[in-house]
Design a protein around this ligand. Structure first.
Ligand SMILES: Nc1ncnc2c1ncn2[C@@H]1O[C@H](COP(=O)(O)OP(=O)(O)OP(=O)(O)O)[C@@H](O)[C@H]1O
Ligand SMILES: [Mg+2]
Length: 255
C-alpha cells in the first residue's frame, strides 16, 4: 500500500521565548494507506497537539505535513475546510451526536454538507448503518440507545463520506471496558473492510493493542515504535506494557 501521510520535522511551540513549551519537537513519520496507527504517551507528551496538526485543526510552528502531494501546512482556511470535508472523518471523545435528531438523521446531516443527491445519500447511509450493525435503531434518538450503539453511530457518521483518514483522540477514554471493546472492534472493521486509514490517540495499552503500529511520544518526541505484525493481540499488549514500563508509569490500563 502507498504512503498517505508524511509528517516532516513538525514542531509546535507554545508560550513566549522565556517560557516556551515544546509540545511537539521535530517529529517525523509516515503513514501508509490503510494503516491503523496508534499514538501513545504520557499525559502532556504532545499526542493531541500532534493529532490536531495532522487533522488541520491546529497549525504547525515549523515543519511540513504532506497528504499525498499536498502540503497541508501551506493551505489557507478555505482550502483546509475543503480538504477536511473531502478527506477526513472525526470520532470525538463525547461522540457529539445531536439529541434532537435520530441516529439516521445524525448520519444524513454529516453527508448533507457534501451535496450528494437524496438517492445517493440514502444508499450510502443504508450501507454504513448495515455495515456497523445499527440499521435496527435508525429511527431512535441518541438518548434511546445504548452507549455502544451511540459509538457506532459516531463511527458511522465519521465513515459515511468515505474519508481516506479517520482521526480519533482518546475515543475509548470515557467508556467502560465492554463499550471500549466494541468501539475498537468497530475501528478494526472499518479499517479492514472499508480500507479506512485510522489514527488513534490513546494512553491506554489495551486500546492500543488493536492497532497495527504504535508510535510512542515522550516530551514531544517519538522515542519508540512497535509493529504488531503477526503477533496476537495479547502478545502485542505485553510488548506495549513493556515499553510503557520503560517510561515509568502512565500505564493505567484496565482489562
Ligand atoms: N493551547 C495551549 N497552550 C499552551 N500549552 C499547551 C496548549 N495545548 C497544549 N499545551 C501543552 O503542550 C503539551 C502537550 O499537550 P497535549 O495536549 O498535546 O498532550 P497530550 O499528550 O494530548 O496529553 P493528555 O494525555 O493529557 O491528553 C503539554 O505540556 C501542554 O500543557
Ligand atoms: Mg490529549
Amino acid at each position: 500500500m502507498g504512503e498517505q501521510i508524511r509528517v516532516c520535522d513538525v514542531e509546535k511551540y507554545y508560550g513566549t521565548k522565556d517560557n516556551i513549551t515544546k509540545a511537539v519537537n521535530r517529529v517525523s513519520f509516515t503513514v501508509d494507506e490503510g494503516e491503523f496507527l496508534g499514538i501513545m504517551g504520557a499525559s502532556g507528551s504532545g499526542k493531541t497537539t500532534l493529532l490536531n496538526m495532522i487533522s488541520t485543526i491546529d497549525r504547525v510552528t515549523a515543519g511540513h505535513i504532506f497528504y499525498g502531494d499536498t502540503d497541508i501546512t501551506e493551505l489557507n482556511e478555505d482550502a483546509l475546510s475543503d480538504f477536511r470535508k473531502e478527506n477526513l472523518g472525526f470520532v470525538f471523545q463525547d461522540f457529539n451526536l445531536l439529541d434532537t435528531l435520530t441516529i439516521e438523521e445524525n448520519i444524513i446531516l454529516a453527508m448533507s454538507l457534501h451535496g450528494k443527491g437524496k438517492k445517493e445519500t440514502d444508499r450510502r447511509v443504508d450501507e454504513v448503518l448495515k455495515g456497523l450493525g445499527i440499521e435496527g435503531i435508525r429511527t431512535k434518538f441518541p438518548n434511546q440507545v445504548s452507549g455502544g450503539q451511540k459509538q457506532r453511530c459516531a463511527c458511522a457518521r465519521a465513515l459515511v463520506n468515505n474519508p481516506r483518514l479517520i482521526l480519533a483522540d482518546e475515543p475509548t477514554g470515557a467508556l467502560d471496558s465492554r463499550s471500549a471493546q466494541m468501539l475498537l472492534s468497530t475501528f478494526c472493521q472499518m479499517n479492514r473492510e472499508m480500507k479506512a486509514t485510522i489514527l488513534m490517540v490513546t494512553h491506554d495499552a489495551f486500546s492500543a493493542s488493536y492497532c497495527g503500529r504504535i508510535l510512542f511520544l515522550k516530551d514531544g518526541e517519538i522515542f519508540n515504535e512497535l509493529v504488531r505484525g503477526k503477533k496476537s493481540r495479547r502478545e502485542f499488549l505485553n510488548e506495549i506494557l513493556d515499553v510503557l514500563a520503560l517510561t515509568g508509569g502512565d500505564s493505567d490500563y484496565a482489562e
